[in-house]
Structure formats: structure tokens, C-alpha cells
Design a protein around this ligand. Structure first.
Ligand code: UD1
Ligand code: CA
Length: 450
């Protein structure tokens, strides 16, 4: 038995009112279609077929760029969900015995659920099996009509439903499993709707009329079926996905003080007994060690943090932070910032493309860019590396145990020796030897002044 899958992703998503194809709108930091592909790829024997149409180049690029192994079929005109499926026929005909169909705008639908759908289909012996939810769903769902014996007899789209049908509380999720040969044979029997669209949902009625029973997998959790049609749905999906990811971390030993305002993207890892405070976002491939305190109001993007480190009210991008470091409030670590173990970075500091050695203290209002700072250096309040001369960026080197006085301007390229000191307000334009004290504007060695 071979099973293939088709993901519907050709629609513009008119109700999003967006320039971006609907399926590329992010949910917890990544395009919603990524979740839909991940939910099917483990269940099939062939790479999933993604039906692309509106914004097809962007959709192809997003999936291929992220390394997904998928095939694409183009639906040039979006003539409805059944027409979309027919665009995959030449790719899949005779390649598979069953076809699993899902929509790329349902990021919350889980692999386990689709596995149950496939299993139910195999047991049923029918030609198609569908999924439904009962209860509260957003607008726009088709209704599942049942006969007097309780069997599904049709799916009626909301736009054409009678008032009685509209009162039905069982909704079509839009995930199906088909016998492939039957699907290809019967797609062509679907008649266009009043809107000249071919609805995949019409296959239920067609199967039932042929005497087949259409089994339904009723999902226990309606949230899984959330299909994104509008930005209101998008916000609901964001919330639900965030809580799903956050629950996994809490159950794995991470404390989240306010899961509703904590965003943890799927590529992030967090060590045991770390506490995340409210309004914190951990993005990309951020890695956080054990026993850390992160947040509140903190965003970390592709940043590595060791153990027992504290970061509050700060932003870091592409940075590396060691163990027992304290950062913030109100710091910005930019690309290439490396803070070794024990660094203290107090309020209003910025570090870019620089390494701060072990136990460096940088308490207040400083900018360190393109610098190598040795261990145990004290960076006084208001210290600035003047790294840009208007044309290029220049390096500042500060030797270990140096003491940089408050408000020192280090005009790069410049080297401050080990154990050297600069007086408050110095503008350092020349290298300072080891153990030397300089001060003034421009800074001179103290002994020359005597
Ligand atoms: C569809 C179902 C509805 C179900 C709902 C669940 C149909 C006719 N209706 O309605 O019964 O309750 O999903 O969310 O199937 N697409 C294409 N090509 C097209 C049209 C759509 O690829 O020509 C894709 C869209 O990109 C989207 C998916 O199919 O990913 C569903 O389309 P959408 O317009 O959102 O259908 P709904 O109105 O939500
Ligand atoms: Ca939809």
C-alpha cells in the first residue's frame, strides 16, 4: 500500500486582504504551511504534493529554502478545491493507492490526528473518509449533513446552505483520505458551483449516491481544525500554537510565568529550571541553558545562552552569552556579540561584533563595537568605542584587567594595554602601553605631564 498526500495551498486568501499568499503568513514565527507539511510528511511514501497558484514562486521558495522535501503542482486559476486536487493527478496517478488531502491553512492539525484518519480509512473499506468537529468554529465552515441512520450524506458549503443546514453544528475540517483510483475517476463528476468553483466537498454526496459509506473521524478538540481565513483566525491560531509549544516546555521543566505572553519558536531549546518572565520572545535557533532567568520584555533571536544567566528587558540577535552572565535592563546585543562567563552588563549597553572576556563589568550607558575586551576589564559609565571613521569599521583592543574611566572615547583603531587605565573623559587616539595611565583630550600618558 502506498500513500500520497496533497496539500492545498493555491488560494490567495482573499479574506486576509494581503499582498502575501495566505499560507506564508507566519504562525509563531514561521509560515503556516510549514506546520501543514510537517503534519503529513511522516505518514506518506512519496514527497507531499503542494498545490501552488497565487504567489506560487514565493511559496515554492519558502518551502525549498527551508529544506522541505515536497513536489509542486501548479493550479493556474483557482477554480476550487476539487479543481486544485485534479492538478496533482498527473503526478500521482498510478503512484499511490491512497491520497491524504489537507489544507495548508490549518497549522494546528496534528500528525497523530491524520494518522488516525488514515487508519480509520483503511478499516472502513470505503472510498473516502473525512474529518469533522462539533461545537464552536469560526465562520466559513461547510456543514456535515447526515441521513436518518446517522451516516454522512453530504457536505454543504456555508454560502449555499439552507437555514436548517446552517443550524447544523458538525463542521467539515477539510482533511480527507481517498482511494486514489476512485478519486481520479470521480473528480470529473463534480459540477461547478454558482460561483463557478469545483468543490471537493461534493465528493461525499457522489460517494454516498454510489452506495459507499463515508466514515467520519470526529476530532475531540475543535481547536485543531482551525482554518485560517482572516487575520482574526490568524491571531487565534497564533495563540493556540503558542500555548501548545509552551505547554511542552512547561511539562519538560521550564517555568513560564505567563504562557499567554511568551513566544517560543519551534527551533528553540531551553534547559531545566530556567524561568521565562512575561512578554518574552525566544526566536529562531535560540538555545538557553539551565537555571537562567529570561525576561520580562526580552527578545532573543538566534542567540546562545549558557547556564545560570540573567537577561532582563533586553534584545539580543545572533549573540553568544556564557554562564553566570547578567544583562539588562535595556541592553542590546547585536550580531557577533560574545559575552564570556561572569560578564555583567548593566543598563543601556550595546555590544556589536565584540567579545567581552570573563568577568568584564560594563555597568552603564556604553557602546562597544568591533572590540576585543580581555578578562576582568572594567568599562566605566558612558564608554564608547568610536569604531567608525566615516569609511570603515576599526578595531579596539583592551587588555585584561584594564580600567576604562567613565566617559572614555576610544578612537579606533586603538589598543589599550593590560592593567592600563584611562581617566574620566579621556579621548584616546593612540595606543596605551601595559600598566600605563592616560587622561585628557587627546589622552596623554600621565608621566609626561609631570
Ligand atoms: C473549505 C471547505 C469547507 C471546510 C473548510 C475548513 C471546500 C469547498 N470547502 O472551505 O467545507 O469547512 O475548508 O477550513 O473545500 N485552494 C486551492 N485552490 C482553489 C481553492 C482553494 O488550492 O482553487 C486551497 C486554499 O489555498 C486553502 C484551501 O484550499 O489552503 C481551502 O480553501 P479555502 O478557500 O480556505 O476554503 P474554505 O472556504 O475555508
Ligand atoms: Ca479555509
Amino acid at each position: 500500500m502506498k500513500i500520497a498526500s496533497i496539500l492545498l495551498a493555491a488560494g490567495q486568501g482573499t479574506r486576509m486582504h494581503s499582498k502575501i499568499p495566505k499560507v506564508l503568513h507566519p504562525v509563531v514565527g514561521r509560515p503556516m504551511i510549514f506546520y501543514a507539511v510537517e503534519a503529513v510528511q511522516g505518514l506518506v511514501n512519496l514527497p507531499p504534493v503542494v498545490i501552488v497558484g497565487y504567489g506560487s514562486d514565493a511559496v515554492r521558495q519558502a518551502l525549498s529554502g527551508a529544506g522541505f522535501e515536497v513536489q509542486f503542482a501548479l493550479q493556474e486559476q483557482q477554480l476550487g478545491t476539487a479543481h486544485a486536487i485534479s492538478c496533482a493527478q498527473s503526478l500521482l496517478e498510478k503512484q499511490a493507492d491512497q491520497v491524504l488531502v489537507t489544507c495548508a491553512d490549518m497549522p494546528l492539525l496534528q500528525e497523530e490526528t491524520l494518522q488516525r484518519l488514515v487508519t480509520l480509512h483503511a478499516q472502513s473499506g470505503g472510498v473516502m473518509t473525512m474529518t469533522s468537529v462539533i461545537g464552536e468554529v469560526p465562520r466559513g465552515f461547510g456543514r456535515v449533513v447526515r441521513n436518518e441512520h446517522g451516516g454522512a450524506s453530504a457536505i454543504v458549503e456555508e454560502a449555499v446552505a439552507t437555514p436548517e443546514q446552517l443550524a447544523i453544528r458538525e463542521y467539515n475540517v477539510s482533511a480527507y483520505c481517498f482511494e486514489a483510483a476512485w478519486l481520479w475517476e470521480n473528480l470529473k463528476r463534480i459540477k461547478p458551483s454558482a460561483k463557478k468553483e469545483y468543490y471537493l466537498t461534493d465528493l461525499v454526496e457522489i460517494a454516498v449516491k454510489q452506495g459507499y459509506k463515508v466514515e467520519t473521524l470526529v476530532l475531540p478538540d475543535p481547536a485543531e481544525a482551525l482554518g485560517i481565513n482572516t487575520r482574526v483566525d490568524l491571531a487565534a491560531a497564533e495563540h493556540a500554537m503558542r500555548l501548545r509549544i509552551n505547554q511542552r516546555w512547561m511539562l519538560a521543566g521550564v517555568t513560564l510565568l505567563d504562557p499567554a505572553t511568551t513566544t517560543i519558536e519551534v527551533g528553540v531549546t531551553i534547559g531545566q529550571d530556567t524561568t521565562i518572565y512575561p512578554n518574552t520572545a525566544l526566536r529562531g535557533s535560540t538555545v538557553i541553558g539551565e537555571d537562567c532567568h529570561i525576561g520580562p520584555d526580552t527578545t532573543l533571536m538566534d542567540t546562545e545562552v549558557g547556564d545560570a544567566t540573567l537577561i532582563q528587558n533586553s534584545v539580543a540577535e545572533y549573540a553568544r552569552v556564557g554562564n553566570y552572565v547578567s544583562i539588562g535592563p535595556f541592553c542590546h546585543l547585536r550580531k557577533g556579540a560574545v559575552l564570556m562567563d561572569g560578564v555583567h552588563m548593566g543598563n543601556f549597553g550595546e555590544v556589536k561584533a565584540s567579545t567581552l572576556g570573563e568577568n568584564v563589568k560594563m555597568g552603564h550607558f556604553s557602546y562597544i563595537g568591533d572590540a576585543k575586551v580581555g578578562s576582568n576589564v572594567n568599562i566605566g559609565a558612558g564608554t564608547i568605542t568610536c569604531n567608525f571613521d566615516g569609511e570603515k569599521k576599526n578595531l579596539t583592543e583592551i587588555g585584561e584587567n584594564a580600567f576604562i574611566g567613565s566617559d572614555t572615547m576610544l578612537v579606533a583603531p586603538v589598543k589599550i594595554g593590560k592593567n592600563a587605565r584611562t581617566g574620566a573623559g579621556s579621548v584616546v587616539t593612540h595606543d596605551v602601553p601595559d600598566n600605563e595611565l592616560v587622561y585628557g583630550v587627546p589622552a596623554r600618558e600621565a608621566k609626561e605631564k609631570k
